[in-house]
Design a binder for this molecule. Sequence first.
Ligand code: XMP
Length: 520
Amino acid sequence: MTDPRYGGIAVLDFGSQYTQLIARRVREQNVYAEVFPFDADPAKVNAHEPRGYILSGGPSSVYEPGAPQLAHWMLKRNQETHTPILGVCYGMQALTHALGGIVSPSQAREFGPAQIQQTQYSPLLHGLPGQMNVWMSHGDRIEQPPSGFLPLAESDNSPHAAMGDLTRGLYGVQFHPEVVHTPQGAEILHNFIFGICGCEANWSPASFIEDALAAIRAQVGDEKVLLGLSGGVDSAVAGALIHRAISDQLTAIFVNTGLLRLNEPEDVVRVFQDEQGMNLIAVDATENFLEGLQGKTEPEQKRKLIGKLFIDTFAESARHLQGVKFLAQGTIYPDVIESAANSKSAHVIKSHHNVGGLPDDLQFKLVEPLRDLFKDEVRKVGTALGLPDHIVWRQPFPGPGLAVRCLGDITWERLETLRQADAIFTEELDKAGLLMRGTAQAFAVLLPVKSVGVMGDQRTYEEVIALRAVTTDDFMTADWARLPYDLLAKVSNRIVNEVRRVNRVTYDITSKPPGTIEWE
Ligand code: XMP
């Protein structure tokens, strides 16, 4: 079987917040897509022989000095090999500018929903209605397309809402087909990927797994691999994949920091040791962590200390293992793209559980089998590898664990209070079908204040729990989830009745920004 990464789409990033979304939308159609900075080395962009290029949007104005420009090699390649190009928003303007057309500031800027009308048949809009709703977000527009281009669709403010040079396979759209607010966006991308570029739909979890198993075996040979298993989705799927490839050559270390959610440590051991049959070293470092955290209430101080304790614990266990050459990490594609965009080292080390900071006597080569996958693909691979839903669909959880959600003093008693309240919230959300569907992340926070209440005829002075539930696509911005009142009432009632030392429950109704998702 050929490597399914070949013959896909290369996405060139001009700085849009939606660039990754373009690649995800292509992959949802079972075609591999990779993201590159707009000025990436052509040898890298073309390494997997893409059959088409998509140029992302971006915040700049193409006619301003220093604005990112379309690389000339791409136009040359289009001439020589007829590899099609689709420019999206700024990408369309960069294409226009590079080919001698004119881009200028628009009198009326378009942000949000707009309607376009097709003005001419094209393979790009083939089979789509004459009028369509789309999502626009631009201040510049095409004043004059390059020669050879025809207007394909117009909107009130954009005479060239879509344009194309059908002979050369060059297209541009002023709107964003990658966002859900462009209902026909997926079909437009489908037309480009299959109809215009001739890609094949060969990218799937199964094809990825087959390829990844061979790559892992080729990379590590007979050597031993070490994995830090956090219980989170990425390290779990990386572990399951590597285990399938090399079975007993893999050893996983799981550190119970005492800062995990209810039943989480037991769950990790059961799934990975008992069910998957992995060599697992489970270290209970709860006492160490609690001792270290005693009296520490400042968030950054907590984070740093937890990072250091984690490394120390992990390193000590790793030192007992003989002859390990490789360290496996659950690095995923968004981490890789971010590190390339920031021009940092090629191997990004996840901030949580920062095992990259291992001491000098413990240096390994990295195995990162999920480097090419988006989170939703990681989940699909996890399911295909037989991991249970409660691991695959686990909510994002910060590396420093409940320390981030236990504000003020961290004691075993307060952690237990938080764990129980959190478990009740999660259980009720799950029963209501809202865990990971109506909400992207939901958890309880224990506040560093006490409040007065009344129970029976007694005055109480007890802890306060805040519930946090958000909807978000990318965790960069988020909105608070509009949970049903009845559900909130039930959760609140259960928490004050079932969790000792809590007499008040609040619901956080702050979006991000200005709030963050966690409270710290
Ligand atoms: P904030 O609170 O910054 O969180 O809005 C955004 C997302 O990041 C998660 N988060 C972390 N994840 N290590 C992680 O791996 C961390 O130290 C960390 N801190 C926050 C948070 O849960 C949310 O999903």
